[in-house]
Design a binder for this molecule. Sequence first.
Ligand SMILES: [Zn+2]
Length: 308
Amino acid sequence: MKKVSKNFDDVPRGLETKKCKVLINQALTENNDHDFKKYYYAHTSVKDALKSIYNNKCAYCESDISVGSPLRVDHYRPKDKVRDCWLEEEDKELDGQKLKRTKKIVSNGYYWLGYEWSNLVYSCESCNGSKSNYFPLKDEEKRIKHPPLRNEKLDKKKCHAHLSPLAEEPRLLLNPELDNPRDHLLCFPDGEVGYYTGEGEMSVKVYDLNRDPLRVKRKECYEKVFDKLARRLERFDREEYSERTVITSLEDILMEDLLSVIQDNGPYYSFFESMILDFDLYFVERFSDPEHKRLLKLAYDSLINSIA
Ligand SMILES: [Zn+2]
């Protein structure tokens, strides 16, 4: 998951039409019986804006459509009835917890946010399906269950996700528009996503960020770079490459296979960013030969100096 910058005041025109404003008022009285009109909340103007903000990737898993599934407009806070879920101790594993999903309804949903720009994110069908109508909080007592009203009309300013009262709701699901996922999540060379915090753990489980196709794809991304580096070092061992040549060659791999993904804001950007920022951990420490370690460090230092 990669932090993005979204201007909550720059509302796409589809959400500002008269008809959409009528629908917002209708939803206030109809609650979750309201027939939410996709034409408006997933209007072309909304989709285009989200596509650009997320660089055509899923907000949660960072896949493009080639790996995930078609991307769609998702309501971060469910517009329909919210179901209960929690983490419980996993019997089979010593560490980690299992997500317990239930059908128990904990609220009628955030129906007043059905057409709210700051509640709309771009998501693949897999993440969206896994997230479903779950929106766990640290403290269920603090869930906001009613729309903010002013003169019996929706107080739009109080519907912004980054402002009070929504900002104070103790959310457990990470949102790349509001949180810095880097503070909560990390990705291992085997493609598994780990977590530092409770929010990270709950997000991994609810969005199902360790589902097989994702783990396999992320592992492939890592191994492709690792294998290329290893093959160049073998050529140095066989004396096919001089020290100068192998360093340049390693640097080229780092440039073409790591940095270019970051520069293009490609799929799994945050994993590639970690590989560059923690290069020693991801690569240098995984080679046993001290000479290989030295050459990798030299190539890395040369790359960093060239872009500094
Ligand atoms: Zn996804």
